[in-house]
Design a protein around this ligand. Structure first.
Ligand code: ADP
Ligand code: ASP
Ligand code: MG
Length: 402
């Protein structure tokens, strides 16, 4: 007998038929004598619909009230699933984030998990119940609901698997594993049998939304292997783990893209020591994360600094810089939202020079202009025009994998 944590995403529980199908998968695992803890996302587009609903009423609603609203989506799923499992004749209980003691910090909308108490879940498992936990939500020190950021149910699943010392953590979704690129956009993308935590973390952080990046971060920290698989097909999935067998190892693991970014440019800054410090210190104080940074020589004793941020904080970044424009000694500030980031990721890159050149060649052949470049040991990212995203991903993928 094993303790198995299974997570089902929004499309896996989108309607009554899907819920019944997933109830069968869950009870099949239970029937084999296992302890089963299930994490569910909100059904289908529920979270998007709730966001729209809030926007209609107040476009600048407080983050606390947004979390109160968004957390209801997951709560519907767990109650409906408990009913479906009951209809099949098996015992199940649904529990919210606070009922399972999932404590987070107070950063509403992007809360981080601080602690998970497994007590209630263990009690329910001892009664041989299937435990259904609402994903994506937790509770802060004020006793208020928080949410973990879009896609955060994956992180709930990994956090519970770690806290309960689960034998297996399965992330069921609408594709049958992790591919070399988004299989919905790149039809010839290949499924990987295995991928390392490091590579998966990069892919997830660079836009492959198949796993929430924090879930991978946590799985890596506690060495909890994950299996990504489809709730639709029953095919074996992809195992995410510390090290993969050498035969499996290719030097590039995948291509990812991210359209949720914006580029800001400070033009005509004074070319004196401390300028970069002043700019990025302002942003750091606002807790704004900066990604790619480029400094270039301007005209006559000036310089330009451009950088990218997540779209969700772009307006805030622009505002704080504009408020300090004179103090920074800056001529003007541009903001553009028409950009995207495309990246190649691979643990074998370190030993294979030329990855960047190959990527740039693919972009050149596709007539795509590069606006910024950034590299690390296991990734190369470029900033391009948003309209070119799909073309760029396909061209780069073909170059490395065709
Ligand atoms: P869920 O609702 O189950 O959490 P998500 O929509 O968050 O599902 O994630 C699954 C989606 O991730 C897939 O439908 C696929 O389009 C997308 N995706 C992006 N990159 C990849 C990749 N490299 N491999 C597999 N899926 C990917
Ligand atoms: N329902 C949330 C979202 O749509 C969390 C999740 O699906 O993981 O982002
Ligand atoms: Mg997801």
């Amino acid at each position: 007998m094993a303790l198995i944590v299974q997570k089902f995403g929004g499309s896996s529980v989108a309607d009554a038929d899907r819920i019944r199908h997933v109830a069968e998968l869950i009870t099949n695992t239970y029937k084999r004598g296992n302890d089963v803890v299930v994490v569910l996302s909100a059904q289908g587009d529920t979270t998007d619909d709730l966001l729209e609903k809030a926007y209609e009423i107040n476009p600048s609603a407080s983050a606390r009230e947004m979390d109160m609203l968004l957390a209801t989506g997951e709560q519907q799923s767990i109650a409906l699933m408990a009913m479906a499992i009951d209809a099949l004749g098996y015992p199940a209980v649904s529990l919210t984030g606070w009922q399972v003691g999932l404590e987070t910090n107070s950063n509403y909308g992007v809360a981080r998990i601080k602690r998970v108490s497994g007590t209630r879940i263990r009690e329910e498992l001892d009664r041989r119940r299937i435990v259904l936990v609402a994903g994506f939500q937790g509770i802060n020190k004020f006793g208020d609901q928080t949410t973990l950021g879009r896609g955060g149910s994956d992180t709930t699943a990994v956090a519970l698997a770690v806290a309960l010392k689960a034998d297996l953590c399965q992330i069921y979704t609408d594709v049958d594993g992790v591919y070399t690129a988004d299989p919905r956009k790149v039809p010839n993308a290949r499924k990987m049998d295995e991928i390392t935590f490091d590579e998966m973390l990069e892919l997830a952080s660079l836009g492959a939304q198949v796993l929430h990046n924090r879930s991978v971060e946590m799985a890596k920290r506690y060495n909890m292997n994950l299996e990504v698989l489809s709730s639709f097909t029953g095919e074996p999935g992809t195992i995410v783990k510390e090290a993969v067998k050498q035969v499996e190892k290719t030097y590039i693991s995948g291509v990812a893209s991210d359209k949720n970014i914006a580029r800001l440019a400070l033009v005509g800054l004074e070319d004196t020591p401390g300028t970069a410090f002043k700019v990025f210190n302002l942003l750091a104080r606002e807790k704004i994360n900066v990604d790619i940074i480029l400094q270039s020589i301007g005209r006559s004793d000036t310089k330009d600094i451009s950088f990218t941020v997540n779209s969700s904080v772009a307006d805030r970044a622009y505002k704080v810089l504009m408020e300090n424009k004179d103090q920074l000694g800056c001529d003007h500030i541009d903001i553009s939202q028409d950009v995207s980031k495309v990246s190649v990721v691979g643990g074998g890159m370190v030993d294979n020079p030329g990855v960047a050149a190959t990527m740039f060649e693919a972009l050149y052949e596709a007539h795509i202009n590069i606006r910024m470049i950034s590299t690390s040991e296991i990734k190369v990212s470029v900033l391009i025009n948003k309209d070119d995203t799909e073309k760029a991903v396909a061209a780069i993928h073909d170059k490395f994998f065709a």
